[in-house]
Design a protein around this ligand. Structure first.
Ligand SMILES: Nc1ncnc2c1ncn2[C@@H]1O[C@H](COP(=O)(O)OP(=O)(O)OP(=O)(O)O)[C@@H](O)[C@H]1O
Ligand SMILES: [Mg+2]
Length: 125
């Protein structure tokens, strides 16, 4: 008896410069990645020039505005999603951002009740 292993779903999180958000959206679209959430966040990448010691405690002086992409995809789309984020967000200067990939326990499309890979696969309407 054959056991076919279902593809798993991952959440790709990309934290990028706000001014590169549209380039990332275009790169994702070209890569046929559909379904994305964006939010504004503030962050710190560990830059030493933005850390100060105040009364013996090290504090972060400056936080940068970033845009956080959250994209749930099936395993076979993870690489192209990462590539699109890099292509759209990269300037080559410090502060270009980070990408994290985390396993997703479940995904559900509310309208149809479809779960997991079926829930993140685009549908006609
Ligand atoms: N380890 C981390 N955990 C969570 N968020 C992070 C982490 N590192 C960076 N970020 C987020 O990504 C944003 C951009 O980070 P940034 O590109 O400056 O990373 P970096 O490691 O300092 O790389 P670079 O040397 O290219 O600047 C940060 O402002 C923060 O929002
Ligand atoms: Mg940095």
């Amino acid at each position: 008896m054959q056991h076919r292993r279902e593809l798993a779903v991952k959440l790709v999180i990309g934290i990028v410069r706000p001014e590169k958000a549209n380039d990332v959206l275009e790169a994702l679209y070209r890569a046929e990645v559909r379904g994305v959430s964006l939010s504004r966040v503030q962050g710190h990448g560990g830059e030493l020039d933005r850390v100060e010691t105040y009364r013996g405690t090290t504090v972060q002086v400056g936080l940068s505005e970033k845009v956080r992409f959250e994209i749930a995809v099936s395993d076979d789309f993870v690489d192209r999603t990462i590539d699109a984020l890099c292509e759209g967000a990269r300037t080559g200067e410090v502060g270009d951002g980070k990408i994290f990939v985390v396993p997703l326990e479940r995904a559900v499309r509310i309208r149809t009740g479809e779960a997991d890979t079926a829930a993140v696969t685009p549908v006609g309407r």
